[in-house]
Design a binder for this molecule. Structure first.
Ligand code: SF4
Length: 176
């Protein structure tokens, strides 16, 4: 091997090392940045009273959430409550009914629910079928259907609920 062969071989090695270093840096930067996270995108909003509610005919359920966000792998239904206090079971039932209504009456297959008050919030994953979701709130759906047909319902007074109830002035069962 001549002197020039050695120099040429060293130059080639340096060139290869240079290319490898560049590739390593590019990979490092890519890994450092990670996979870009898809932000939730607003896809539906209840603009006014005129906004049509969703209806799931199979389960006879209607509902209108405040808004719906598209997630990377599903849809998030959001319910805002203007009160400062916490989240009631009735909020969860209302949101679940709206989710079931949206699942059956639109392209928005709701996969989670977010309920927010002025002081707190709760995220409820809905890893369940429509049937399971229906069974979860069936009792309340049947109660609402009875009320809609004019059947009197048993009052369940609760101080914190009665305080904000629209019927508190005329209700004889109120707890406050
Ligand atoms: S005021 Fe009467 S109707 Fe309203 S939550 Fe209380 S018990 Fe129920």
């Amino acid at each position: 091997m001549t002197f020039f062969d050695v120099v040429e071989s060293m130059a080639l090695q340096s060139y290869i090392m240079y290319i490898i270093t560049i590739i390593a840096i590019v990979i490092y930067i890519f890994l450092l940045r990670g996979t870009p996270v898809k932000r939730p995108r607003l896809v539906w909003v209840d603009k006014s009273r005129k906004t049509k509610a969703f209806r799931n005919k199979a389960y006879g359920v209607s509902g209108k959430p405040d808004c719906i966000y598209k997630l990377a792998d599903g849809y998030r239904l959001v319910e805002f409550k203007s009160r400062k206090s916490g989240i009631y079971e009735s909020d969860r039932v209302q949101a679940k009914a709206a989710a079931l209504a949206a699942r059956g009456g639109s392209k928005y297959k709701i996969t989670e629910i977010l309920i927010q008050t002025k002081s707190t919030e709760e995220l409820i994953p809905l890893n369940m079928s429509d049937e399971q979701l229906y069974q979860d709130i069936k009792y309340y759906i049947e109660l609402a259907q009875k009320a809609h047909q004019g059947e009197p319902l048993k009052a369940i007074p609760e101080k914190r609920k009665c305080k904000y109830c629209a019927y508190v002035k005329v209700c004889t069962e109120k707890a406050c």
